[in-house]
Design a protein around this ligand. Structure first.
Ligand SMILES: Nc1ncnc2c1ncn2[C@@H]1O[C@H](COP(=O)(O)OP(=O)(O)OP(=O)(O)O)[C@@H](O)[C@H]1O
Length: 224
């Protein structure tokens, strides 16, 4: 299984860059614009479809409104990483206790390490008035749907399989092996997204501005 997005979070990478922080300093002078519906947003879709691009735009257009949830992990921190910022670094026993007490909305194992999104983290951020954004893959979506977390589910779809392949290759971040793996996984994700009732909205990311508008309109629509 391909790892959940948190392992390759392009938006998070952007957040760590100095360019991002100078943009952020300017953006912070603007007042937050909270949407009427504060439930967590689960955004999924095949690798390369443009989730990170759309989410970055949402964060930049509405400063201090949205937040990523910080995941728990049993892997050791890398140089420069900070507990509570990049991850909550915990011992395996603590992670297992959290699983046993149903503390995660989703968790998975990758390269021998455990990773998970805790319910408490989501609840704390929501209580602070932030809308938590979870950028995750199909298996995570399935787990969250089974959890007690009341979330809104957005699926981002490519205009065609060929367009997805072009974007993945055009991004220049993957070797051939990785492109093939991601495309194989994409077929499964697209098939799952056809299951009725799984997502609240399916956005086709063809024209980026139009797709962003659709996402923003959905996020900001009045509570039903
Ligand atoms: N509507 C669009 N039209 C053309 N190119 C796009 C569009 N949206 C995004 N892209 C480009 O497609 C590539 C993939 O986008 P992005 O990295 O946001 O995908 P992702 O879904 O977050 O992927 P991953 O899950 O692998 O991180 C990027 O190079 C991005 O600039």
């Amino acid at each position: 299984m391909r790892p959940l997005r948190r392992y390759v979070p392009s938006t998070k990478r952007l957040f760590q860059s100095s360019t991002y922080y100078s943009v952020r300093r300017f953006a912070n002078t603007m007042a937050p614009t909270p949407p009427p519906d504060r439930r967590p947003l689960v955004i999924s879709g095949p690798s390369g479809v443009g989730k990170g691009t759309l989410i970055s735009r949402l964060f930049d257009s509405h400063p201090d409104t949205f937040t990523f949830s910080v995941s728990h992990t049993t892997r050791a921190p890398r140089p420069g990483e900070t507990h509570g910022v990049n991850y909550f670094y915990v011992q395996k026993s603590e992670f297992e206790d959290l699983i046993a007490t149903d503390g995660f909305v989703e968790h998975a194992q990758f390269n021998g390490n455990h990773y998970g999104t805790s319910k408490a983290t989501i609840e704390e951020q929501t209580a602070k008035g932030k809308v938590v954004v979870l950028d995750i893959e199909m298996e995570g979506v399935k787990q969250i749907r089974k959890s007690s977390i009341d979330a809104r589910f957005v699926f981002v779809k490519p205009p065609s399989f060929e367009a997805l392949e072009q974007r993945l290759r055009g991004r220049g971040t993957e070797d051939e092996n990785s492109v093939v793996k991601r495309l194989n996984q994409a077929r499964k994700e697209l098939e799952y997204a056809d299951t009725p009732g799984v997502h609240d909205i399916i956005i086709v990311n063809d024209d980026l501005d139009a797709a962003y508008k659709e996402l923003e309109d959905f996020v900001y629509k009045p509570v039903a």
